[in-house]
Design a protein around this ligand. Structure first.
Ligand code: ZN
Length: 139
């Protein structure tokens, strides 16, 4: 599968080697009906090795999730076989229902309807904490 074979979808490129699988999980790509290709350890002139994910489907992908996993990744939007847009990825300040708080005493474990919200508390180290109990995100 190369970029030409994607009719409408996305190519998430320049993902740091080893982070592709985490992105695959957090984006929920396993639940998709459309073709998804994961390329691990592809050779990159700039990075040495990188992961690439190709999604052949007109779906919504959460740019915040990509920014959380690897803000240096690039997203190419393909429409009708043509590259129509390159999206900039930024580090999100907040993540909603992407990470789930594992603290059993957190209010989110008893109040099931509460959204799980994590906020960026350290921009340099990219540390996220639960807004309710301050537990650090560990993935
Ligand atoms: Zn919590």
């Amino acid at each position: 599968m190369n970029i030409d074979s994607i009719y409408t979808g996305f190519v998430i490129d320049h993902i740091g080697a080893g982070k592709g699988m985490m992105l695959y999980k957090l984006l929920g790509l396993a639940k998709l009906e459309c073709p998804v290709a994961m390329i691990m350890n592809a050779t990159s002139k700039r990075m040495g090795k990188k992961d690439i994910i190709k999604i052949d489907g007109d779906i919504d992908i959460d740019m915040d999730v990509i920014g959380y996993v690897d803000p240096d990744a690039t997203v190419n939007v393909i429409r009708e076989g043509k590259l129509v847009e390159k999206r900039d990825i930024t580090v999100p300040k907040e993540l909603k229902n992407v990470l789930f708080c594992k603290n059993p005493r957190c209010i989110t474990s008893t109040e099931q309807e509460l959204p799980h919200i994590f906020r960026l508390t350290d921009e340099k180290k990219r540390i996220y904490r639960c807004i309710y109990c301050d537990t650090k995100a560990n993935n």
